[in-house]
Ligand binder design. Structure first.
Ligand SMILES: Cc1cc2nc3c(=O)[nH]c(=O)nc-3n(C[C@H](O)[C@H](O)[C@H](O)COP(=O)(O)OP(=O)(O)OC[C@H]3O[C@@H](n4cnc5c(N)ncnc54)[C@H](O)[C@@H]3O)c2cc1C
Length: 426
């Protein structure tokens, strides 16, 4: 009889379990921590509900949005949907109007404050060239080289392509895969206008998917065991066992972050290659600095670009979720900020915000959450492990498994759904 164990209750594991439960397949999720959501979870700090890191989605995250609907979480209510808008503290402003694609993009690029007409046209030619080659970059190279060889320089690079690369791939343009970047541009900028919409959470991360998914799973007979760190996965002729549990499983989905998944593959000599691939991955951090100001403090827009040297995007949690005065400033990918003591980093971020908003008062409190291994480093021609392993019945799921997406919620959800559908169809 089919009975599935899912190891890890991040977005990949919960997606897999929700899909299995939806197919009527018995499933048990084992999660090491006491909370749902993994790297995209709610955390409570000094009585305030915050996120482990400020997240945002785009309209092209189709599978995530569809799964949210399935488990009863309404994306229309849970996100602020904004047409693509990049607004920076020093005056650069690109806003794609609510027009059908490609008019939205043409109008946005040609009308952007801070881009000349020649630069707007250069960006359009670049996208047209990518489209002409079906967004295939062969051989893969860095995003920096792709931009250089396509005449993308100056303000185009600084305000458009580089911020998009760092936000989406969490890897600097000098190190990031041009192919994965092209995939993101294909899905996020072309096609329907709604693909490029920015989806900014109006609720904490727990409410977006993890909690409704857990309720969906348990309502269909599945179970979720929190605080259970699985240490070994073994298999005899008939079934899998986790640690020394009596319960046996026909299938196992290992849905941990790569550095934890690797250890669980140790009992299977057939998985030596997959382990080597996982162990060769490098990682990039994401830091989020929360600053709590008096209630009346507002940013000029819910998402506001800083021009550095440290802060990248500031989010106004008041405009998003009613946490007035609370700002979240995101720093993606590696940088010198990683070595600063938290108080100093928060002080520098406040100074950058104040340079943009001179009347900003001192923060009432601040807190930095640094995730050193936020995602894998999305390098050119990177080998990623396949979801289907040579061990029959054993699958990998997670944002790092082979796909054409970078380490994102959508990659995690797709991987979980893929593993579940593979099991359901056997
Ligand atoms: C600060 C930050 C900001 C980000 N911003 C964005 C964003 O704006 N947009 C976006 O799309 N993506 C963003 N990401 C990336 C996104 O959060 C991840 O891609 C996604 O959450 C990965 O999900 P996952 O299920 O693959 O892995 P995880 O979230 O890592 O889930 C794995 C789970 O497995 C559990 N586990 C590990 N070992 C064991 C074990 N032995 N036994 C049982 N359980 C175990 C862990 O506790 C964890 O809950 C961000 C990430 C971070 C950290």
């Amino acid at each position: 009889m089919t009975r599935v164990a899912v190891v890890g209750a991040g977005w990949a594991g919960l997606s897999a379990a929700a899909s299995l439960a939806d197919h009527g397949i018995p499933v048990t999720v084992f999660e090491a921590s006491r909370s749902l959501g993994g790297r995209a979870r709610r955390v409570s700090i000094d009585g305030a509900d915050l996120d482990n890191g400020q997240h945002m989605l785009i309209g092209a995250y189709r599978e995530t949005l569809a799964l949210m609907r399935k488990v009863g979480a309404d994306p229309e209510k849970l996100f602020l949907h904004l047409p693509l808008e990049l607004r920076f503290a020093d005056g650069f402003h690109l806003r794609a109007p609510r027009l059908p694609y490609p008019l939205n993009l043409l109008a946005g690029l040609l009308g952007a404050r801070g881009l000349s007409l020649a630069q707007g046209l250069a960006a359009i030619r670049f996208l047209a060239r990518l489209q002409g080659s079906a967004f295939r970059i062969e051989p893969d190279r860095s995003v920096a080289v792709l931009l250089e060889t396509n005449g993308q320089s100056g303000a185009l690079r600084r305000y458009l392509w580089e911020p998009l690369c760092i936000s989406a791939l969490n890897t600097s343009p000098a190190n990031a895969s041009a192919q994965v970047f092209a995939n993101v541009l294909r899905d996020g900028l072309t096609g329907a206008r709604a693909n490029s919409d920015l989806l900014l959470p109006r609720a904490d991360l727990g409410q977006l998917l993890p909690e409704p998914a857990a309720a969906f799973i348990t309502a269909r007979g599945g179970s979720i065991e929190l605080g259970v760190a699985v240490r070994t996965v073994t298999r005899d002729e008939t079934a899998f066992r986790l640690d020394d549990r009596q319960q046996r499983f026909s299938h196992v989905i290992i849905a941990c972050a790569p550095q934890h998944a690797s250890a669980l593959l140790g009992g299977f000599p057939e998985l030596e290659n997959a382990r080597r691939t996982i162990d060769a991955l490098q990682y990039e951090p994401i830091f989020t600095c929360y600053l709590r100001y008096p209630d009346p403090v507002r940013l000029p827009s819910p998402m506001f670009g800083l021009t550095g040297p440290i802060g990248q995007w500031a989010f106004d949690r008041g405009q998003l979720s009613g946490q007035w005065g609370l700002l979240a400033v995101v720093m993606s990918a590696s940088g010198r900020h990683e070595d600063l003591p938290q108080q100093e980093l928060a002080g520098r971020i406040h100074a950058e915000l104040k340079a943009a908003l001179p009347r900003l008062p001192e923060p009432l409190w601040s807190r930095v959450i640094g995730e050193k291994r936020a995602t894998f480093s999305c390098r050119p021609a990177l080998e990623r492990p396949a979801a289907v392993t040579p061990v029959r019945g054993l699958y990998l799921a997670g944002d790092y498994t082979a796909s054409d997406y970078p380490g994102t919620l959508e990659a995690a959800v797709r991987s979980g759904l893929f593993a579940a559908r593979s099991i359901a169809s056997t």
